[in-house]
Design a protein around this ligand. Structure first.
Ligand SMILES: O=C(O)[C@H]1NCC[C@@H]1O
Length: 344
């Protein structure tokens, strides 16, 4: 067996969305902060191309690189690689990271509950894992502080018309648009159409509304479009079905943890969701995240919520990535039959 690299991966998915974890074989990237390290991974692209592109990856795959934390309060750092972005935070990916760390024994598991602080590129998050018989049954993730940005903003989308949308940060940047207005019932057969339209709406939102985060000055685009059904009462809480379009054009199989956080920030700003009230996000495959606003803080006249989301993750496989020195495609490839949009 001939290889210039040998990367250990534990495959995982959280509520349906793949979030593999690199557990060995990659040295920590240069950078004084997790954010700087993640910018190196984003601009260098070597690792992203190897693990995300075909033949080793595919548009459905997200991969997380474990790195030593920079903050002494964290047990582990992780850098998230998604098809188009290397983001500040991700709900489904963070659930996969916590589950892999505990189920593989990289971080010791304590039953019935293990609490670990993780360092995402955007800051510290806290995982509270419910564990039994060596299995992580569920993880509640306390996410990054989140905020509503533009409420009821007007957006022109070519071929669609004028839309009224909200934008928000929930660990990543979102444009949120009504499913009813777009004519979607949020059924699985609509996945392709939502992915195509959602990607178009994301591009229009970045161009016309933009995005700014005081602590992440170089995160200036909208990453995702959340096509959201109107919330409905669910006991004491609210239920919100959604489909999140991920560039270059796929749908999140999970209810999108950063998306639920962004939506909670918007619902709170509109006076529709109180601190501590349950918000359940559901996805096109009917998976769920149970979410709530843990606390609210005023920063410069804007309400910043600290959201949490709870869901489940399952290990799927272990594998080693090899690169034969004679392989003519060391960076892999993308073709538009499965990778929509501009080709990498
Ligand atoms: O749960 C989330 O936040 C995400 N799922 C895949 C894309 C987003 O990062």
């Amino acid at each position: 067996m001939r290889s210039t690299t040998m990367i250990q991966i534990v495959g995982c998915h959280a509520e349906g969305e793949v979030g593999d974890v690199i557990t060995g074989g990659v040295a920590p990237p240069p950078g004084d902060t997790l954010w700087a390290q993640s910018r190196f991974i984003a601009t260098d692209e070597t690792l992203r191309n190897l693990v995300l592109n075909e033949p080793r990856g595919g548009v459905f795959r997200h991969v997380n690189l474990l790195v030593p934390p920079k903050d002494p309060r964290a047990a582990m750092g992780f850098i998230i690689m998604e098809p188009a972005d290397t983001p500040p935070m991700s709900g489904s990916n963070s659930l996969c990271v916590a589950t892999v760390l505990l189920e593989t024994g990289i971080v010791p598991m304590t039953e019935p509950e293990t609490v670990i602080t993780l360092e995402a590129p955007g800051g510290l998050v806290q995982a509270t894992a419910t564990c039994r018989d060596g299995k992580v049954e569920r993880v509640r993730m306390r996410n990054l502080p989140s905020f509503a940005d533009r409420l009821d903003a007007v957006l022109e989308v070519a071929g669609v018309g004028t839309l009224t949308v909200d934008t928000a940060f929930g660990g990543d940047s979102f444009v949120i648009v009504s499913a009813e207005t777009l004519g979607f019932a949020l059924t699985p057969d609509e996945a392709r159409d939502i992915a195509v339209l959602g990607t178009k709406i994301t591009a229009a939102a970045t161009e016309q509304l933009g995005f700014a985060h005081p602590d992440l000055p170089d995160w200036r685009h909208i990453s995702f479009c959340q096509v959201a059904a109107a919330v409905r009462p669910d006991g004491d809480g609210l239920l919100g079905r959604n489909a999140v379009a991920i560039r270059p054009g796929k749908i999140d199989r999970s209810p999108c943890g950063t998306g639920c956080s962004a939506r909670m920030a918007v619902l709170h700003a509109k006076g529709q969701l109180a601190v501590g009230q349950r918000f359940t996000g559901t996805s096109l495959i009917d998976s769920r995240f149970d979410c709530r606003i843990e606390s609210v803080e005023d920063r410069g006249g804007r309400a910043w919520i600290t959201p949490s989301l709870e869901g489940r993750a399952w290990l799927t496989d272990t594998r080693q990535i090899l690169l034969d020195p004679s392989d003519p495609w060391p960076a892999g490839y993308r073709l538009s039959d499965t990778w929509p949009g501009p080709q990498g």
